[in-house]
Design a protein around this ligand. Sequence first.
Ligand code: SF4
Length: 407
Amino acid sequence: MNKFPRSAYVHIPFCHRRCFYCDFAVIPLGNEVETLQGNGSNTVKEYLHFLYKEILTNKYKSPLSTIYIGGGTPSILDPKQIKELIDLFKENYGIDYGAEITMEVDPASFNLEDLHGFINAGINRFSLGVQSFNNQILQKSGRRHFREDAEKSCEWLKRVYGSGLIKSWSLDLIQNLPLSGLNEWQEDLKKAITFLPPHISIYDLIIEDGTVFSKLVNLGKLKLPCDEEAFKNSKLTHLILKNSGYSRYEISNYCLPGHQSRHNRVYWSGLGWWSFGQGSTSSPWGEKFTRPRISREYKEWVIRQYEFNLDSSLINKEFVYKELDEKIMLGLRLKEGIDIYKVLKEQNWGPIKFEINFNKLLEEWERFLESGLLIRNGNRFFLSDPEGMELSNQILISMFKWWDAIN
Ligand code: SF4
């Protein structure tokens, strides 16, 4: 068995501008950016130089079975730059036959010619950040694209998928954006499925500190769907997608048979992954490490790795996996849930400690098991769909409480 991670995330931090809800490590380059030679190209080239250095400095190169190019807006890059990046992995790590190579794309940041360029570079799966098809909602959220851009992008992806040029694509929406009541959300969902995307991600809006949205919320100037409306939106999502043949394989992810994201499953199932680029988080052997979010600091960090011949995986391979609470949290997000007995066994607790802690967790979860939010099948526990998935926070909070109490 290959003991090295088989998956790599690559962060491209550039965007045209920052959306009002976004707190990712992004560098807004303005509307007129041209990454190969025009406006903003020097910033991009400099970043890619350090990114490549980081990729090459890693001491444990071995063939990859999934690569995910995320951001930011990777589709700001020219197809030639994407090819250069994929070739770098090909030549230095190797890419398995049949590997899943995903790239995030944003409507209005690429055209049909670019799309074919990305495919020729080796991309075989796209994740399209539509967020909403409603122009008012898009504008209110600080998005740069319009409904027409999203529709055009969806049509292109549908076409290249239909003609077998890519293996899959995902249409991503955000639930509970401002102005998105039940009617608007229903329209968004119905519009989305007309393009027959094999995969749909539905992210819940989270108000992050320091964003425009968080400032507006603090000033009482942002009207968001209330809890009851949000719950209704979620139920509607479940109903519409289920009736359209989509299965919910993770809290935020739905797909047609055979289209689960292999790369994302690596995160959820606790397998290790590399990551490269400013602000990105890797976890090759279990422990997580996040690179500096600020460009200057990231570049200095890369230089240190390179000049002092440091181990960019940062930690030793003997590290015993993730924290148990995080492992349970990620496992519960999946449709198949998690074998609690097995993960608790891995803790190397003696039989008495095991028994006591296991029973304490069962006590915490008793009310959820009784109400049917949580379901037990032998040693496996999973959330009911949709109720358990919608109210997963309550179950996770009780698990974190248990974890704090026993530590
Ligand atoms: S395009 Fe995506 S990464 Fe860029 S600012 Fe908007 S939400 Fe953030």
